[in-house]
Unconditional design. Structure first.
Length: 257
């Protein structure tokens, strides 16, 4: 991944930050030049047999035929050089820092695949997922690997509500009443577009009932002054919600929002 901007691209970060502060999210078009290369490396992980010491693979049942369907990859930065370079991109971290107004560090990385038949995500705020044990604020960069639109389940964000803090208890989806009469904004993305959003911004997405995948990489950052928690986060997640291949049959695992 390039550490600078694509040719012919300029960033008006003053306006972008104003939009981010107002709405809780902001889109950068065409920011990542090598989305196709990233896609090829993600496809290789999808095709490989899951390994306990490899990228973390999570599965769901297809909404079309109930067959097993890979839906998420986590903790992959140290297992693929190309994907790892993207995860550790100084460009993404620099933009996140400018949006938050101070230096940041990487908290976690994941890829939501949302293949055809893949499920949606109920209304929630990322901060509800128990992240407050690590820091009180995060910003996530969603990098579109495939095109995302309303037919394959693009992200839908409720603007302005990030200013209201937690709108519901940790670990549970938000009721629609939490957003009042606000309408969500579907954020359609082309490969290489990046959406930055606040950890308190309520969002959801619909199932993918199309015949097109909607892969997206998510890089989450916290303020540097709050500490580097990536290792602790994955150690805790390994215990509470490990990848499918590492699960014990005598335990029940519950997905948090």
């Amino acid at each position: 991944m390039k550490a600078d901007l694509p040719r012919g691209t300029s960033l008006d970060l003053e306006d972008k930050r104003a939009s981010f502060d107002k709405d809780g999210f902001v889109k950068f078009a065409g920011l990542v030049e090598n989305a196709q290369e990233l896609r090829e490396h993600i496809l290789a992980i999808e095709a490989a047999e899951p390994q306990v010491d490899g990228p973390w693979l999570y599965f769901e049942s297809s909404g079309k035929d109930a067959s097993p369907l890979i839906n998420r990859i986590e903790n992959f930065a140290d297992h693929d050089d190309v994907l790892g370079d993207c995860v550790r991109s100084s460009l993404m971290a620099d933009i996140a820092a400018q949006l938050l107004g101070e230096p940041v560090c990487l908290f976690k990385e994941k890829i939501n695949l949302k293949l055809p038949g893949g499920g949606g995500f109920e209304l929630h705020q990322d901060q509800q997922a128990g992240w407050s044990r690590y820091a009180s604020l995060f910003v996530t960069a969603l990098i579109a690997i495939d095109a995302a639109d309303t037919s394959n389940g693009c992200l839908e964000v409720f603007p302005g509500l990030h200013k209201d803090g937690l709108l519901g208890p940790e670990g549970s989806p938000l009721p629609i009443s939490a957003v009042g009469n606000r309408a969500p904004i579907p954020v359609e993305l082309s490969p290489g577009d990046v959406l930055f959003f606040d950890s308190y911004a309520p969002h959801a997405s619909k199932p993918n009932l199309s015949d097109r995948p909607r892969r997206a990489m998510y890089l989450t950052y916290n303020r540097l002054r709050d500490g580097d928690h990536r290792e602790d986060y994955y150690l805790h997640k390994w215990d509470t919600y490990p990848p499918d291949i590492a699960r014990r049959k005598d335990r029940t695992y519950a997905y948090r929002v």
